[in-house]
Design a binder for this molecule. Sequence first.
Ligand SMILES: [Zn+2]
Ligand SMILES: [Zn+2]
Length: 304
Amino acid sequence: MPDLSRPGEKTIFKINSATKSGSKPGLVYSKNTPEGCAYCLAPRKEGQPPLPLCLGCRSVRFCNKEHQVAFWPEHKSYCKQQIKNQEAIARINATSSLTKSGFPSVQERKLIVEDWVELHRLSLIKACASALHTAEKPFDWNNQHVLFVLSYRKDSDGNPSTAFELDDAYINENPPVGTNSRAGFDSISELLDNPSRRSRDAEDPNYIGIVPCLFHFDREYGWITGQPCYKRDLNLSKNHDYWVQELKFLVMHGLIYRVRGRIADGPVWHPGFVEKKDNKWVWEEKSLESLKAKGINVSAIVRG
Ligand SMILES: [Zn+2]
Ligand SMILES: [Zn+2]
């Protein structure tokens, strides 16, 4: 995951070099693919080239062949699911009326969704925590997810922060066991159950869990991922409609929070916009006063 505390970091996908050499035509991968080794969790070394990708799914990296082989039993079902997803997405794109009418391909839109989610991460985490809190029944971790219904905005002009509008968001039941779409949820729950990840987060008394999220766009395709949730993100006084409206508002304006400092209670997240500078989309902090002048009343957020 890119370090969002570093302002200006791009989160834009790029065409896989394998596409250029022609070995896997049409395949693109996300720049948001974790840079460290999926097996030993070693980070990418400063100044070194990126670690090699899994040649199957192209969504995880490994130090070397040994670590790939050692991780295979744990990675196998996720990898196979990813390959299936990539094949399914290519089939959907082949008949997509939106693609034919000039939208980016379904593959590209899926990667823009990944960027969009990465950029709006804080707002989405707070929305997920509030969804859990305002639900009528306790959240069923094995059979439910939070569904975000998105529509691509052609007028976003390539800006990943405003690429989608949020039509709706609510807690939804997973598809029935045995169906293709259920397999996606099962493979991610295995991934999120990764023991190394669990023990790291379990040390944090604030930790609630990783909420499965489905980002369904243009009624064409859904990308499943997990958002870690913490008690500090609960909006205790807010009801369901309130947090959905608030999320819609932030998303519509492309308002992105990033860490810009720290006080005793924790990191302070400041609001800003993603703007084009020298052909790159970069994050620019905006003062609360300048936002207020545009009718956007928000505050900096401390996450203790
Ligand atoms: Zn490794
Ligand atoms: Zn793989």
